[in-house]
Design a protein around this ligand. Sequence first.
Ligand code: ATP
Ligand code: MG
Length: 331
Amino acid sequence: MRFLSGIQPSGNITLGNYIGAVKQFVKLQDHPDFTDFIVFIADMHAITVPQEKQTLRKSIRSLAAIYLACGLNPEKVHIFIQSEVAEHAELAWVLECNSYIGELERMTQFKDKKEKQVQGVSAGLLTYPSLMAADILLYDADVVPVGKDQKQHLELTRTLAERFNNKYGETFVVPEPFFPQTGAKIMSLTEPEKKMSKSDPNPKAFISLLDEIPVIKKKIKSAVTDSDGVIKFDPDNKPGISNLLTILSCCTNTPIEELVEKYKDSNYATFKEDVANAVVAELEPIQKRYYEIIDSPMLDSVLDSGRDYAKYLAQRKLSKVYNKVGLGRKR
Ligand code: ATP
Ligand code: MG
């Protein structure tokens, strides 16, 4: 089975991205069901909203280094940069021509992100899901892990794959969504009813994997909670404390019930101190490896061989598609 996933280099990777995505990939890379494991950096998706050139370039390389620092093993995992495999854009165009404006306009991410744009809404923001479908369908990915925020896009990918297969004959594998069970969603530290997001304008809302240790501690200590002083898991009425319990549980591999029992006679200050220490224990070694990797030639050779492998698969699929559609000359 082929596993595929990508993250946008649209800011600093957060603790939410780590717990909800990267940490899961690291766990899954050793699973015997996955004979092929592809993880990419979705830089073409990032430019659906305005990006500053220098920052984007830095974030792309930084994300690649973070993948490795978090433990993705380049012996097992193909890591590449989306824009270096032009077939993504080429297939996206064909899929766009088979997508309806109405179905794209119905996507909640489009509706949300559209509201936030001050410099006008790009056509790319609308066609984002067709590009995402191309990312997945190019590689015949069987399993695509998605957070709740990407569920709708994956459903559209399935629709587009089935539509194409019906119209032109069997071409694409229809991918299955896969929802990681633990810690699927980490919430904002300042508004715990919202998800933690790397593009949040308020840096106190998220922990970046590269935040300095004292900053991490400070952000957790000032995380918004409530005033009833009881540590229990109740996301509706106690979103702040519940989020901290989820974070502690994910960082220490301890079930939430066990933590609730442990802290039943404790107070918020002690609890937050323990959460802060657990997050630091998880992130400190990652940061150390990150700084060893970021400027190393090893990072480039991983990205080069990832690109070559992806290109090999993508070219084969794209010529099939062009032949089915009747584009160009027969190849
Ligand atoms: P952006 O605000 O730019 O959309 P993001 O933080 O939502 O950034 P994405 O690049 O959209 O990050 O998503 C990367 C991966 O991280 C996806 O698999 C997504 O489901 C997961 N993810 C994003 N936010 C969270 C979160 N708060 N908790 C758990 N997983 C998350
Ligand atoms: Mg997102």
